[in-house]
Design a protein. Structure first.
Lengths: 302, 274
């Protein structure tokens, strides 16, 4: 399995595309640091007892005037070490991004397969719904779903459910590209003779979709998944920046940027800069990697 | 009564514009008669060939006989059973499915590119629950591969590792896997080059003798048909215009369309001597 991968065209091309190697490297670096945040981070930013308010607004790599503590990326207004906060923040951003992509991928692939394979009025219903949804900006849809879900939840659950609600609202706002692509590929695959021969065996439509069509339409799905992943992280950051995302006590990168912009014009630039640069690197590396993957898996460009 | 009979088999395709557009423009419904009142009978163990140019409804008949397309009117009967009989039970329908299999035109699109040959051949065995035991399933796959002139080792390969002719052999093996009584061959050789065509046709003939198979053979190539068929039906725009044995059809064609088809085939003088 690993050997066939190492000998494949994909890996060969990967080795000779610096952009792909670097972008994957940066992404893995951020992801690993986020995953092992509790080992790497010098401070635990969410434990109020370890914080010292005197450390607030310490510039990066500069001893604090009162305590003499030095912080790699400085501290925010509550004296939280920014480097640690960013590590924990990327963890939340990545988690929300991955879960949202998985949700929209499952939803989009399922609906697209059904629409393409079954056709008829079911196809019309699903795709017209997709058309309607895509006329709204996805951030608006996400905010709408987020607002409705928050309103429906009992007040004491709102706080703990906020990340779940965030995932659902981003996931539900990004399924359309998956559904459209999968429907198109399914329309091509279902006319192929191996599908007809599967029908000759009396297989149910569900079996044919799952066993025959699904494995043959996954490569475009993979490409959309990477691009949607970057998009989901940005949407999450935007929602958190607008204050409707994760709570301040569990800040994601977007929340950190929101906190930072309060202090931008009073001279504490580092509170905004470092989370923003991390978000930029994360989204950019995923996007560049997705672009390379798209070029590789597109037979027309080979 | 023949093993396979179609009576007044017809299929119309609705080519009219959407309902609203039609009402606004005041157009009537537009129907294409792809197959029109076709009656054929195929005897057990024989080969019936349908010929005609593209668009003559050959493949539409194949799909209806295979039970994949519902006829607009008329029936297809196998030993008196009809795929589209609503009172047909699930078990009966599966046993009909098992006895009617199909070989397709394109050997490239008819095998799932993500599956190994062994899994492709195992699928019908599993779908019809013919053999439950894993080792016996593999033995059966080996047997099938040998029957079509391939090596049992090929079961670990993917379809793209084979040539067109070899892929067509895999398709034949898959069709044989469920031990069918009739195989519908929808232009099985037209995507292959001439030397491979002859090999595949010979294989089909050998298998017919070995397993007393019935073939419904669909082709536009009269030379191919003349070597295979016991009886030939000529289709023109969905209508069966002539039906005869090969020797009679090639020597004394009756319908003008058949004469035209014969004169259009370049090597027909050689073919008639076979």
């Amino acid at each position: 399995m690993i050997r066939t991968f190492l000998e494949s065209d994909l890996y060969h091309n990967f080795k000779h595309t610096p952009v792909a190697v670097i972008s994957l490297g940066i992404f893995l670096l951020i992801a690993l640091m986020a995953i092992f945040a509790n080992i790497i981070a010098p401070h635990t930013p969410f434990e109020p007892s370890t914080l010292n308010l005197m450390n607030g607004f310490t510039p990066p790599m500069h001893p604090n005037d009162f305590t003499g503590d030095v912080f790699l990326m400085g501290t925010d207004n509550q004296g939280r070490d920014l480097f640690s906060t960013i590590l924990y923040g990327s963890r939340i951003s990545l988690f929300v991004g991955i879960m949202a992509v998985l949700l929209s991928m499952t939803l989009g692939v399922t609906l697209g397969l059904i629409a393409g394979f079954v056709g008829g009025w079911i196809d019309t219903l699903i795709m017209r719904f997709a058309d309607i949804q895509i006329t709204f900006p996805s951030i608006l849809i996400a905010m709408l779903i987020y607002g409705v879900a928050k309103g429906l939840l009992p007040p004491d659950m709102r706080y703990e459910m906020s990340i779940t609600v965030l995932i659902i609202s981003i996931g539900l706002s990004e399924w359309v590209p998956f559904a459209r692509t999968v429907r198109g590929s399914t329309l091509i695959e279902r006319e192929k003779e191996y599908v007809i021969s599967a029908k000759m065996l009396g297989l149910t439509p569900l079996q044919i979709m799952r066993r025959h069509i699904l494995p043959n339409i996954l490569s475009p799905v993979l490409v959309i998944a990477t691009i949607t992943f970057a998009l989901a992280i940005i949407t999450e950051a935007t929602l958190s920046f607008l204050g409707v995302g994760v709570p301040t006590t569990k800040p994601s990168l977007g929340t950190l940027i929101r906190i930072g912009q309060d202090f931008l014009f009073s001279g504490e630039w580092w509170i905004l800069l470092f989370p923003a640069v991390t978000l930029l690197m994360l989204a950019l590396s995923i996007n560049l990697f997705g672009d390379w993957l798209r070029d590789m898996l597109n037979p027309k460009l080979k | 009564m023949s093993f396979l009979t179609t009576s007044h088999l017809s299929r119309y395709f609705d080519l009219s514009e959407p309902w609203l557009v039609r009402k606004i423009k005041g157009q009537p419904k537009k129907l294409l008669k792809a197959v029109d009142e076709v009656n054929i009978g195929v005897e057990r163990g024989q080969t019936y060939a349908l010929v005609g140019e593209s668009g003559s409804g050959k493949s539409t008949i194949a799909m209806m006989v295979a039970g994949l397309l519902k006829p607009s009117s008329g029936t297809v009967l196998f030993n008196g059973d009809n795929f589209f009989n609503p009172s047909l039970g699930k078990i009966k329908r599966m046993s009909m499915r098992k006895s009617v299999q199909m070989i397709f035109q394109s050997p490239y699109a008819s095998l799932n590119p993500r599956w190994k040959v062994g899994d492709i051949l195992k699928e019908p065995i599993k779908a019809f629950s013919l053999i439950e035991d894993e080792t016996n399933q593999i033995n059966r796959v080996c047997e099938l591969l040998e029957q079509v002139g391939l090596s049992p080792r090929d079961m670990l390969k993917y379809p793209h590792e084979f040539s067109g002719g070899q892929r067509q052999r895999i398709c034949i093996a898959r069709a044989l896997a469920s031990k069918p009584e009739i195989i519908i061959c929808d232009e099985p050789t037209s995507a292959l080059d001439v030397s491979v065509q002859a090999q595949v046709l010979n294989l089909l003939k050998d298998l017919q003798q070995a397993f007393s198979l019935t073939y419904l053979f669909i082709s536009h190539d009269l030379a191919v048909v003349s070597t295979m068929a016991n009886k030939i039906g000529v289709l023109k725009q969905g209508i069966l215009v002539e039906e005869a044995t090969p020797s009679k059809l090639f020597l004394r064609p009756e319908h003008d369309y058949t004469k035209m088809l014969l004169s259009a085939a370049p090597d027909i003088s050689n073919a008639s001597r076979i």
